[in-house]
Ligand binder design. Structure first.
Ligand code: NAG
Ligand code: NAG
Length: 442
C-alpha cells in the first residue's frame, strides 16, 4: 500500500514535471519601413494575433516593427492594418517592444542572446532556457546572404553565428525559424547545421525572389506576403495540436506557387505539432501522429492567390498610386516618387552592368545553370553555401563607394554573390564600385 502510494506520487510528479517543463517564446520581426512595404508589418501583426490566440502570452512575444503604417498619413484608415481582404484589423494590442530607430539587426541579435537591453525599447529580451521552445518569424526584403532592416542589413554570417551561440548556451530545447524574404534559402542552405536543434523554412530558394500578395485598392497596399499569409492563415484555421510542422510545410508549399518554399536544419523537429512552437500546446509528441488531409495543390501554372515579385512592388505600387490619386497634389507627389525610383533603378543598372562586365559574371551564371539543371530539390539545397564573409565585406564595400543598398539595388546583391563565387576579392570589387560611382557622381 505504502509503496503504491509512493509510486502514484512519483507518477503524478513526473506528469507535473512533463506538463510544466518549458515555455514558448516568439520573436517577430518586420524589417522594412514605408507605406509601400505595408505587408511586412501587417504579416507580423497578424502573426502576433494568431500566436496570442493560440496561447503564447505577451510576456513571451517580442515584436520588432517600425510602426509607421497604422498612423501613416497615407493610411486611409488610421489605426487599421489589414492582412487580407475583408480581414480583421490586426494592429490593436500588438506589443511595441522595438519600434522606430530600435528596429536594428544588433538589437535583434542582442534580444536573441537574451542580453540586457539597457533601456532600449521595452527591454523585453529572450529569457528562454534549455527546456523552452522558440519561434522566430521574420518578414522583409532580402538577397543572397542577407536580410534587410530599415537602413541596415542583417548578414547570414552574423545570424548563423548567433543561432549557433544560442544553441551552445542552451537557450532553447528547439527553435523554429520561418523566414520571408527574397533568396531567403541562402540564409540557411549548407550554413545551418542539423545538429543545432533548429528547423527553418523559407519563402524562396537561394536564387529567386519571394512574392507579395493581395493588392487592395481600398487600403492602397499589398496586404501580405504570399508565404507568410499562407502559414499564418493555416495556423489560425487548424487545431495546432493536431497538425505537424511537416504537414504545415506541405500546406504552405502547395499554396505558395510562385516561389519554392524550402526547409533546412534539423528536419526531425517537423514531426511535432505546430502548437509546440506557434502556440503553447507543448505536447511532447515526436511521433508525427497527425493526419490532416493534404490540401490539393493548385494546378501547374495557376496561383491560388496571384502575387507579384517583391522586387517589383515599389514600382508597381507607385504606378498604382499615380493612377489612383485623388487630386493633382497627390498625383504630382507620386509622380515625383516614381521618377526618383526609376532614377535609382537606372543607377543600379549602370553600376551593376559595369560590375558584371568587369568580372565576366555571365560566365558564373551560365555555369550555375548547367550545374543546377535537372536538380530535383527545387534548388533549395542543390548548390554550395554562399560565401558569407565575402558577401558581408563586399556589400560594405559597395555601400562605402555608392551609398546604401536600396529598393532598386538590392536585387543586384546576387551579382556580388556571383563575384564572390568567382573568388574576386572584396577589395577589388570595392575599387570597381568606386570607379563607377565616382563617375556617376560627376
Ligand atoms: C484562410 O484559411 C481558411 C481556412 O482554411 C480558408 O477557407 C480561406 O480561404 C483562407 N483565406 C485565404 C485568403 O486564402
Ligand atoms: C537543361 O537540361 C535540359 C534537358 O536535359 C536541356 O534541354 C536544357 O538545354 C538544359 N539547360 C541548360 C541551361 O543547360
Amino acid at each position: 500500500m505504502r509503496s503504491f502510494l509512493l509510486l502514484s506520487l512519483a507518477v503524478v510528479c513526473a506528469l507535473i514535471a512533463t506538463v510544466q517543463a518549458g515555455q514558448n517564446w516568439a520573436v517577430l520581426v518586420a524589417g522594412s519601413d514605408g507605406f509601400y512595404n505595408y505587408r511586412h508589418q501587417s504579416d507580423v501583426c497578424h502573426a502576433y494575433q494568431v500566436l496570442k490566440k493560440k496561447g503564447i502570452p505577451d510576456s513571451n512575444i517580442i515584436v520588432f516593427m517600425k510602426d509607421d503604417i497604422a498612423n501613416n498619413p497615407q493610411n486611409r484608415h488610421p489605426g487599421v492594418i489589414k492582412n487580407t481582404d475583408n480581414g480583421e484589423n490586426v494592429y490593436p494590442g500588438v506589443p511595441k517592444d522595438y519600434t522606430g530607430e530600435d528596429v536594428t539587426p544588433q538589437n535583434f541579435l542582442n534580444v536573441l542572446l537574451g542580453k540586457d537591453m539597457n533601456g532600449v525599447g521595452s527591454g523585453k529580451t529572450l529569457k528562454s532556457t534549455s527546456e523552452d521552445r522558440v519561434f522566430i518569424f521574420f518578414s522583409d526584403h532580402g538577397a543572397p546572404g542577407l536580410v534587410a532592416f530599415p537602413g541596415k542589413m542583417l548578414y547570414a554570417k552574423d545570424l548563423i553565428q548567433v543561432l549557433t551561440q544560442m544553441s551552445k548556451e542552451k537557450k532553447f530545447d528547439q527553435l523554429v525559424f520561418y523566414l520571408e524574404a527574397c533568396e531567403s534559402g541562402s540564409m540557411f542552405n549548407k550554413l545551418l547545421s542539423d545538429k543545432l536543434r533548429i528547423y527553418a523554412t523559407t519563402a524562396a530558394n537561394p536564387f529567386e525572389s519571394s512574392y507579395a500578395c493581395d493588392y487592395n485598392s481600398e487600403e492602397r497596399a499589398y496586404l501580405n506576403d504570399c508565404y507568410s499569409f499562407n502559414f499564418i492563415n493555416d495556423t489560425e484555421a487548424v487545431d495546432v495540436q493536431k497538425e505537424s510542422l511537416s504537414e504545415q510545410f506541405d500546406v504552405i508549399k502547395a499554396l505558395t506557387t510562385q516561389s519554392h518554399v524550402c526547409r533546412y536544419g534539423d528536419l526531425s523537429i517537423a514531426k511535432q505539432p505546430i502548437g509546440n512552437f506557434l502556440g503553447n500546446s507543448f505536447k511532447y509528441n515526436y511521433n508525427g501522429l497527425f493526419n490532416r488531409q493534404r490540401p490539393v495543390p493548385a494546378p501547374k501554372g495557376t496561383a491560388n492567390r496571384k502575387g507579384i515579385s517583391s522586387r517589383d512592388v515599389k514600382m508597381d505600387w507607385l504606378v498604382r498610386q499615380v493612377s489612383a490619386a485623388n487630386d493633382v497634389y497627390e498625383r504630382t507627389y507620386f509622380e515625383k516618387e516614381l521618377a526618383a525610383h526609376k532614377r535609382d533603378q537606372d543607377v543600379a543598372d549602370t553600376i551593376f552592368g559595369a560590375f558584371s562586365d568587369a568580372f565576366e559574371l555571365h560566365k558564373v551564371r551560365e555555369a550555375r545553370e548547367i550545374r543546377l539543371n535537372g536538380s530535383n530539390d527545387d534548388r533549395c539545397t542543390s548548390d554550395n553555401a554562399v560565401d558569407v564573409d565575402c558577401i558581408k565585406s563586399s556589400v560594405e564595400e559597395f555601400e562605402d563607394a555608392c551609398g546604401k543598398v536600396n529598393e532598386a539595388s538590392i536585387k543586384y546583391v546576387a551579382y556580388i554573390r556571383d563575384a564572390c563565387e568567382a573568388k574576386v576579392p572584396s577589395q577589388i570589387m570595392g575599387e570597381q564600385f568606386k570607379k563607377t560611382c565616382s563617375l556617376l557622381n560627376h
